[in-house]
Design a protein around this ligand. Sequence first.
Ligand code: TXA
Ligand code: MG
Length: 313
Amino acid sequence: MNNIFEANETNITKAANIIKKGGLVAMPTETVYGLGANVFDAKAVAKIFEIKKRPNFDPLISHISDFDVIPDYVETDERIMALAKRFWPGPFTMVMRRKGQNAGVDLACSGLSTATVRMPNHPVALSLIRKSGVPIVAPSANLFKSISPTTAQHVYDGLGENVDMILDGGACKVGVESTILDVSGKIPVLLRAGGTTLEDIESFLNEKVVVSHGEPNRPNAPGQLLRHYAPRHKLRINVDAPLENEFYIGFGNKNGDLNLSSKGDLCEAAANLFAYLRLADKLAEDKSLAMAPIPEYGLGLAINDRIKRASHD
Ligand code: TXA
Ligand code: MG
């Protein structure tokens, strides 16, 4: 574990130098840990796919720290700038039309005509991006299809010493990935439910957002793959009463071996979700997993999306 470093100023500066030299740094964000590289460095971007064992059709999110780089990178309009000002920094990602040509960006965008951008709400991520002086492209710092990491230790457990440096900024506060909204066309389309609620987006835009369910085998967002975020044990969801041979993850007044939030707080449940799925995997032994029903509003949309995929076999 000698690649985990406390995220203080000195280590963030070291991490920025790694990024500038084409290395990979795992960084904390408010959603999950990201595996970061310089977006303009094609070799570094390629290394991300290799380490994650991620198929190349899967495009990556570019993380920025300041608003003024947006127009250099993508085509903007009034709606995009308004959404950026309202939801950034935060767990919110926009798919926009790309500008300019660069081999690294090309690879990061899987050759699509769109680029995906977000400004994370985490002091360590923002400081690292500023010190690096480039947008940092970063998928979740886990192996493809496995449970996303919400601590530095989770990153290490999945990727080990393949990452040049893991910046430890503690546990992620939001705990599920960002919401992805495609604003490259006339009508905004939700590609992935996440840390920013659909209700908040619709009320800000004052219009209904189309929710995409994707094509399971050739998805827009591979987060839309039917099986994703999967624990090793079989998982059954929407379970009111677990069977005898099930390790039960409760919610609210449905207590179990673990409880995502005994207060029934969806924010707390989202923050605990991935860590508890990992923990359940460790503790369940020969049992399989079952999870209590999670209400389908607010962050519940993101939680239900993830556990639906995690339970698919
Ligand atoms: O919260 C998050 O978004 C985290 C942190 C690290 O920022 N990142 C994250 O990245 O979840 P990743 O790569 O695990 O998921 C990004 C998703 C993928 O499913 C990808 O297919 C989709 O975004 N995506 C990226 N660019 C896209 C594009 N141009 N069009 C459609 N989907 C895109
Ligand atoms: Mg991911």
